[in-house]
Design a protein around this ligand. Structure first.
Ligand code: PGA
Length: 248
């Protein structure tokens, strides 16, 4: 497996000047330090053009935050995976809990979007994670199992997918899962992937942890077994913080 993958999910934040400053700051860091992690930024769709023109030919990858399952058509406001690929994206986040909540996306929708992403030549970062209620009632692993089973497309290539475990109660709340809880879930996910793809192929799938990752807790979380990177929201909006999470 390659090094850790550190993905920044800007959500619905930013402006042209903000994006320019943030990306130029990150590119400065990438040029001056030797980086072992792979970095990707996922700005809002309207800022993709700005970000892609700044990152062209650099080691900073770019992803969308969502894509439609169809290639084209009458879907006002949506963006196809083909178009994301065409403008230069390498990744797309699918099934983020905010999409599942705000837009009622189901595992079947996430599966279809992820399949479209793979078909277009993008690497989907497929998000899964239990709610606080599900954790309290002891259903975490059964929820995760259903999400992994139902959200991953049938014929996906382990070289070309990334999973992100994001406990919903830890997103944007400042609460993080303990390293022991993260280890339990990541080991469980790895076991599901081993069963499905075989151990050798499953090893190639990076499993990111997400939910209030910041410089102060990143080293501890990234050291957990089967944590292959981080999906970062709030802390990805500051050059120093986002960089500090991955550059170690
Ligand atoms: P957060 O968001 O780091 O602000 O908790 C993570 C995410 O939603 O991907």
């Amino acid at each position: 497996m390659a090094g850790k993958l550190i993905a920044g999910n800007w959500k619905m934040n930013g402006s042209v000047s903000f994006a320019t400053e943030l990306v130029e700051g990150l590119l400065g860091k990438i040029n001056e330090d030797s980086v072992s992690a792979d970095f990707v930024v996922c700005p809002p769709a309207a800022l993709l053009g700005t970000v892609l023109s700044l990152t062209k030919g650099t080691d900073l990858a770019v992803g969308g935050q969502d894509c439609h399952a169809n290639v084209s058509g009458a879907h006002t406001g949506d963006t196809s995976a083909e178009l994301l690929k065409d403008i230069g994206c390498g990744y797309v986040i699918t099934g983020h809990s905010e999409r599942r909540t705000d837009h009622g996306e189901t595992n079947a929708d996430v599966n279809a979007k992820s399949a479209a992403a793979i078909k277009a030549g993008l690497t989907p970062i497929i998000c899964i994670g239990e709610t606080e209620e599900e954790r309290v009632s002891g259903d975490t692993l059964s929820v995760i199992k259903a999400q992994v089973t139902e959200s991953l497309p049938g014929d996906c290539d382990p070289n070309n997918i990334v999973l992100a475990y994001e406990p919903v109660w830890a997103i944007g709340t400042g609460k993080t899962a303990t390293p022991a809880d993260v280890a339990d879930v990541h080991n469980f996910i790895r076991g599901l992937l081993n069963d499905r793809f075989g151990e050798d192929a499953a090893k190639k799938i990076r499993i990111l942890y997400g939910g209030s990752v910041k410089p102060a807790n990143a080293a501890e979380l990234l050291a957990v077994s089967n944590v292959d990177g981080a999906l970062v929201g709030g802390a990805s909006l500051k050059v120093e913080d986002f960089w500090a999470i991955g550059a170690r």
